[in-house]
Design a protein around this ligand. Structure first.
Ligand SMILES: Nc1ncnc2c1ncn2[C@@H]1O[C@H](COP(=O)(O)OP(=O)(O)OP(=O)(O)O)[C@@H](O)[C@H]1O
Ligand SMILES: [Mg+2]
Length: 181
């Protein structure tokens, strides 16, 4: 067994000291997708969203809606499969690359560099599921999105935490619609 495997077990919550936190509730999958679609146009290269939360919380659902919104705005349409087994799926909307990764099956931290992710954090829009695997390669200017089950089957709670002030305007714009709760 890999001697580092122990640090990859379980879903640790990433600590973000002194961050600003926004809490939202989505009562349906569509409400989550609508929020992702509103956030999509506000993102630019160098923006990273760290998507944490248990299996089935909605990280891929959110990512798919965000990526498809950007592709749709560029008159491109593509399937957005879960990167569960490929670790990374990349897209290009004509303005920027979008990297969607799921690090759940990462076998060694060296893979993060090998995949090109650290470079992508600076050059692309990055959506990272299971970001606890990044450990000290976590970009400091990223926003942390924590998805949790809500009171009903189709309800999800989302808390967004960030320290980089650039996120305030982006999150505000995306949160303005009434269905964002
Ligand atoms: N309000 C909601 N927001 C998002 N997804 C929801 C909501 N309500 C129900 N769902 C459902 O929850 C499931 C979320 O699955 P998804 O693949 O996005 O989870 P995940 O967080 O990516 O899990 P994994 O850790 O396995 O990658 C989907 O089937 C989606 O339809
Ligand atoms: Mg997923």
């Amino acid at each position: 067994m890999n001697r580092l495997a122990g640090r990859f077990q379980g879903a640790k919550t990433l600590a973000m000291a002194d961050g600003i936190t926004r809490n939202l509730t989505f009562r349906t999958p569509q409400a989550t997708a609508d929020f992702a679609a509103r956030l999509a146009p506000a993102l630019c290269p160098g923006d990273t969203l760290l998507l944490e939360g248990p299996i089935g919380a909605g990280k891929t659902h959110f990512s798919r809606a965000l990526i498809q919104a950007r592709l749709r705005a560029a008159n491109m349409m593509e399937d957005v499969p879960s990167p569960t087994f490929t670790l990374v799926q990349t897209y290009d909307d004509g303005k920027t690359e979008i990297w969607h990764s799921d690090l759940y099956r990462l076998t060694h931290p060296d893979e993060i560099e090998e995949l090109g992710l650290t470079h992508a954090f600076a050059e692309a829009i990055c959506l990272v599921e299971w970001p606890d695997r990044l450990a000290d390669l976590t970009p400091e200017n990223a926003a942390l999105l924590t998805f949790l089950p809500g009171a009903e089957d189709d309800e999800r709670r989302l808390s967004i935490t960030y320290t980089d002030a650039k996120w305030s305007a982006k999150i505000d714009t995306a949160s303005e619609a009434p269905d964002a709760g």
